[in-house]
Design a protein around this ligand. Structure first.
Ligand SMILES: CC(C)(COP(=O)(O)OP(=O)(O)OC[C@H]1O[C@@H](n2cnc3c(N)ncnc32)[C@H](O)[C@@H]1OP(=O)(O)O)[C@@H](O)C(=O)NCCC(=O)NCCS
Length: 144
């Protein structure tokens, strides 16, 4: 089941999947996580939260319209490849449509390029490195 989550519900999975368990959940806050426009979607399983995504108001410089940025997209390793990531994004798209948002963008990790391509995202940038995390490209998807 998908639903909106609080940041406190998001942080443990963010730490486990996106920081390899090397940081404590409380060390995994991103700037903007508690901005009033920010929302978090998640997938609830009997064993807990197994999918997360965070959506923040932020334009990408070269795209017109009102943009949101996707951050912290992660699925528990035992459940990857079973449709959880897609479900968490779908709830985000629904919420963004109610807010009349034009597009969603993200800095995608190279390992996740095929996932975002399947979700209809296209590339916005050349590959660039985020120190300590690895190669990325900016990608986006129109919502209208
Ligand atoms: C990337 C991630 C969020 C995708 O979530 P997921 O639940 O595993 O993906 P889904 O099962 O919803 O996949 C949706 C589609 O993308 C495909 N897909 C997902 N990950 C893929 C990959 N690494 N390579 C190829 N295809 C992939 C699935 O096969 C599926 O395709 P289908 O429609 O043909 O069945 C998840 O694997 C993850 O957390 N990875 C580690 C952290 C990470 O890289 N996060 C992204 C940071 S930018």
């Amino acid at each position: 089941m998908t639903r909106l989550l609080s940041i406190e519900e998001v942080l443990p999975l963010r730490a486990l999947v996106l920081r390899d368990g090397k940081l404590k959940p409380e060390e995994c806050y991103n700037e903007g996580d508690d901005h009033p426009e920010t929302f978090h979607t998640g997938y609830l399983h009997p064993q807990g939260v197994i999918g997360i995504a965070t959506f923040m108001i932020e334009d990408y410089p070269s795209i017109s319209g009102v943009g949101f940025r996707l951050r912290g997209m992660a699925v528990h390793p035992e459940f990857q490849g079973t449709g959880i990531g897609r479900a968490v994004l779908q709830l985000g798209y629904q919420e963004l449509l109610t807010r009349n948002i034009d597009y969603l963008w993200c800095n995608a990790r190279k390992i996740a390029f095929p996932f975002y391509e399947k979700e209809g995202f296209t590339y916005l940038s050349e590959e660039f490195d985020i120190p300590g995390i690895g190669p990325h490209k900016a990608m986006y998807r129109n919502l209208k």
